[in-house]
Design a protein around this ligand. Structure first.
Ligand SMILES: [Zn+2]
Length: 255
């Protein structure tokens, strides 16, 4: 394990265009529930599909009700040592991009800059009009929904929805393109806290690895990429215990 951690620190030290691919496992330390884990919300609720949301007020109310349940946790969650260590890599000029599956907005809250951040599955920190695309703060919309139990509307008349990608809704082309472009340029790719089982997102690190960039997978529990020839290094365990110290070691002056 010590050798593996030293190997990780060496790769981070050598990296000049590091691509980080992050999933739910980096945010559990911030109190964000893991939607796909054993206690995940999908064990007790049926997801609302996008086409139902657009067609049915009952579906919109169900979606807003589900989002309201988790809203306080998302609003109050704070970035943890892993998010902060990623910001340190950016400040050191070593970070090419962060591509995240997380919708908690914690990378942005920690200080990762918008031009280096791709939130593939959207963000709970904003609400988006499905007609005019206007983005607004969630707080007042949740207040309105709590009071009226009606799905909030945009001033243009369009349906408002938390700015996350719903089931049955395509990822944004612009986001996928930015993520793919980063994967084509990266000289190191590290997957943090993802089971790498949700596509097309999980393909992003493979694009970099297929070009020959070293590929590190850090997760607690198995991932879909375990055992692939492209994986240079696989670390098992708590991200918050593994990654921030490796970043600190990599950024120490001298060799
Ligand atoms: Zn609108």
């Amino acid at each position: 394990m010590q050798n593996e951690r030293a190997h990780l620190a060496r790769l981070l030290r050598a990296g000049r265009k590091i691509l980080l691919f992050t999933g739910a496992g980096i945010s559990t330390g911030s109190g964000i529930p893991d939607f796909r884990g054993p206690d995940g919300v999908w064990k007790k609720r049926q997801p609302v599909y996008y086409h139902d949301f657009m067609r049915s007020e009952a579906a919109r109310v169900e979606h807003w009700d589900y989002k309201l349940e988790a809203w306080a946790a998302f609003r109050d969650a704070q970035p943890n040592a892993t998010h902060h260590s990623i910001v340190r890599l950016e400040q050191a000029g070593k970070l090419l991009a962060v591509v995240t599956q997380n919708i908690d907005g914690l990378h942005a809250r920690a200080g990762t800059s918008a031009e280096r951040l791709v939130e593939l599955h959207g963000s709970n920190r904003l609400v988006e009009c499905q007609t005019c695309g206007k983005l607004t703060e969630p707080g007042p919309h949740f207040e309105y929904f709590r009071r009226t139990r009606e799905a909030p509307l945009c001033e243009c008349g369009g349906y408002l929805k938390p700015a996350t990608i719903s089931f049955g809704q395509n990822l944004r082309n612009e986001d996928l393109e930015r993520a793919e472009n980063a994967a084509k340029e990266a000289d190191l790719v590290v997957a943090l806290g993802s089971t790498l089982s949700v596509y097309p997102a999980a393909n992003i690190p493979m694009v970099a690895a297929a070009r020959g960039a070293p590929y590190v997978v850090i997760n607690r529990g198995p991932t879909e990429h375990d055992g692939l020839a492209e994986v240079t290094l696989r670390l098992e365990g708590d991200i918050g215990e593994i990654f921030p110290p490796a970043v600190a070691a990599a950024l120490e002056p001298g060799e």
